[in-house]
Design a binder for this molecule. Structure first.
Ligand code: ADP
Ligand code: MG
Length: 397
């Protein structure tokens, strides 16, 4: 069982919240504050509940302390986003005597943002002494950083057993509710999964995990060509994974056949000799890609077929773009899947995967989905059906 922040009593307690403030920086500027805004509901809730809020995150990939990757900029941004209603204090480390003193001096309604956790290599090494030091700052541990839940680090897993009480934050709750309950555990039928993106090898475990659960699995993106080639279909210069990956694709097709689950491949393509769309772009009449061409998007017949499947579904989960959507000429397949999901108001619609989420965002469909996961790698691992260390650590008996 997992408790949520609302289930706890926070008055006067030191509430340590692991957030995902891994925001993009350009020099001295936070260029996208989405991740900070997404953590606000949990931070506000903890403050309303009378907690003394301690926030911790990693930022970038520092090797040791690196002023360019300090969370100090994030503290400024956060204070602004909280509307100046709460004082946000920045700690110049995440462990040590100074931080302990800052935590002791903290008053209800104040927020203390710790310095970048990854300034200490012990964070990623999940060092026990370091985990205990972090835990010593807290009466209550709250994890709202779904995006790092697939990593067993000191702040996501190691410290948790050393804190008295633990709970998931509101963002984490939404991820578990959608990816866990509404997709993996209790999907309304028909349940359709759409998988695309660059490599079959990245998605093998997701395919294996979803095949027994779904009514159909629709494939697009570059990985479709590995499946087509595995069946002996000519794929021209399309991006394929060779060797054992072809055998693996063939095995997955066999598994689907045995389970009687349609694993649906594109029946036509948008092709071009150049991946950036320089030169003539054509639609193919069938599954075959001409020898000197690359398949860069699903074609119109495939779009119509996938749209139909999505329209009839009650649960749709999507990971991986249908084509090289960064180039407008090859974005139509991805756009049509997003549109079909957005229009289906009777279905639970969930997007996982970094590039897919970015595509949906960019195309303006994000707020029409039931849920767009905030964790790229984490959502993929969640859909593989493995318990994520950061979520497992929150389980109580
Ligand atoms: P996600 O992050 O959503 O899990 P992936 O990282 O697996 O998705 O794949 C996204 C990438 O795959 C994009 O950069 C996209 O351009 C690329 N891609 C999709 N289809 C094709 C294709 N047919 N040919 C080449 N690249 C493709
Ligand atoms: Mg990606």
């Amino acid at each position: 069982m997992i408790r949520y922040i609302d289930d706890l009593q926070l008055t006067g307690k030191r509430v340590f919240i692991r957030v995902d403030f891994n925001v993009p920086l350009e020099g001295r500027r936070v260029t996208d504050d989405t991740r900070i805004r997404e953590a606000l509901p949990t931070i506000r809730r903890a403050l309303e509940m009378g907690g003394k809020v301690i926030l911790a995150s990693h930022l970038g990939r520092p090797k040791g302390a690196d002023p360019k990757l300090s969370t100090v900029l994030v503290a400024e941004k956060l204070a602004e986003l909280l509307g100046g209603k709460h004082e946000v204090i920045h700690a110049d480390d995440c462990v040590g005597d100074n931080v302990k003193k800052q935590v002791n001096d903290l008053k209800a309604g104040q927020v203390l943002l710790l310095e970048n956790l990854r300034f200490h290599k012990e964070e990623e090494a999940n060092d026990e002494a370091f985990a205990r030091e972090l835990a010593a700052l807290a009466d209550v541990y709250v994890n709202d950083a779904f995006g790092t839940a697939h990593r067993a680090h000191a702040s996501t897993a190691g410290m948790v057993p050393f804190v008295k009480e633990k709970a998931a934050g509101l963002l984490m709750r939404k991820e578990i509710e959608y990816l866990g309950d509404k997709v993996l555990r209790n999907p309304q039928k028909p349940f359709v999964a759409i998988l695309g993106g660059s490599k079959v090898s990245d998605k093998i475990k997701v395919i294996e995990s979803l095949l027994p659960k779904v009514d159909a699995l629709l494939v697009g993106g570059a990985m479709a060509y590995t499946f087509l080639k595995a069946q002996g279909i000519e794929v021209g210069k399309s991006r394929v994974e060779e060797g054992d990956k072809l055998a693996l694709a063939a095995k997955l097709l066999d598994t689907a056949k045995r389970l009687k689950t349609p694993l649906v491949l594109p029946i036509d393509h948008i092709v071009c000799a150049d991946p950036d769309g320089k030169g003539p772009v054509r639609e193919t009449p069938d599954q075959v890609v001409p020898a000197d061409m690359m398949g860069l998007d699903i074609g119109p017949k495939t779009r119509a077929m996938y749209t139909q499947r999505i329209r009839d579904a009650k649960t749709v989960v999507w990971n991986g773009p249908m084509g090289r959507f960064e180039v407008d000429k090859f974005a139509e397949g991805t756009r049509s899947v997003a549109a079909a999901m957005a229009i289906n108001k009777d279905a639970v619609t969930v997007i996982g995967g970094g590039d897919s989420a970015a595509a949906v965002e960019q195309m303006g469909y994000a707020d029409k989905m039931s849920h767009v996961s905030t964790g790229g790698g984490a959502s993929l691992e969640f859909l593989e059906g493995q318990p994520l260390p950061g979520i497992k650590a929150l389980e109580t008996k």
